[in-house]
Design a protein. Structure first.
Length: 233
């Protein structure tokens, strides 16, 4: 899609969706997976090049263990169920976040998804998992410091572009549009470095109710925006 390469989504509101129905929060996450599958397919059909979704933040460890392990199980079952479809649709999976502390079965499942889709050339579908924007910036700063100590980087001539290459999103352009469902007007530590000039779209719709029609509304809204990047018309 012209002028829209990268859409990022904060998939929020699963818990409230479930609560309104008198269901366990995990049921909201299950329903959220169905939305995700539809939105990946729609993004692919629309020719969007990059889709990044916030699945688990570095702060989400504060939740009850039962919910955390339920979320990880859900990711494993998502891969088991959808991987074939993703490959068929030429979708390349990527992961943004600190993987080293994730459970072993989660990492196995991720490795399988990355390996199976590594040659896909269609939609690049990135899952932010154990992702935090500040942690990502700090990690990049530490890499930079190490490179300087080794004489591999030169602080004087180090650019924003060079620093971007140290992020999880090294090969991904900054998000043009960040969508947040569930109504909260904040970024919750999502793509802190990359969101500097992203357009923001918030909808009160809970993630499990976020349909391709709602997605089209967000994209239509984006098309009306005047992106000045600090300049003037
Ligand atoms: C977002 O839904 C999904 C994750 C954080 C994994 P929530 O679980 O935050 O849903 P609400 O915000 O409590 O409704
Ligand atoms: C943001 O949602 C994280 C994800 C969608 C994975 P949260 O529900 O964790 O954010 P807060 O707590 O409302 O800021
Ligand atoms: Mg939430």
């Amino acid at each position: 899609m012209r002028d829209l390469q990268h859409v990022a989504i904060i998939m929020d509101g699963n818990g409230r969706w479930a609560k309104e129905r008198g269901l366990n929060r995990l049921r909201g996450h299950y329903a959220g997976v169905e939305s995700l599958i539809e939105i990946v397919r729609t993004s692919s059909d629309l020719g969007i090049k990059y889709l990044t979704v916030y699945a688990f933040s570095t702060e989400n460890w504060k939740r009850p263990l039962e919910e955390i392990s339920g979320l990880f199980k859900l990711l494993i079952s998502f891969v088991a169920r959808e991987l074939e479809n993703l490959v068929q649709n030429n979708v390349k999976v990527g992961i943004l976040g600190e993987r080293s502390v994730l459970p072993e079965d989660v990492n196995r499942s991720i490795d399988k998804a990355l390996e199976s889709t590594k040659n896909c050339t269609g939609l690049s579908f990135n899952i932010a998992l154990n992702y935090g924007g500040r942690a990502e910036i700090l990690r990049a700063a530490k890499k930079f410091a190490a490179q300087c100590a080794q004489g591999e980087a030169d602080a004087e001539n180090f650019s924003e572009n060079d620093f971007s290459k140290l992020m999880y999103t090294a090969d991904i352009p900054d998000p043009d549009l960040i969508i947040r469902t569930g109504g909260e007007r904040r970024l919750s530590n999502f793509l802190t470095w990359q969101s500097a000039y992203s357009e923001l779209y918030v909808t009160d719709i809970y993630w499990p109710d976020f349909s391709p029609e709602e997605y089209e509304k967000a994209l239509d809204d984006y098309r009306q925006r005047d992106r000045r990047f600090g300049g003037i018309k």
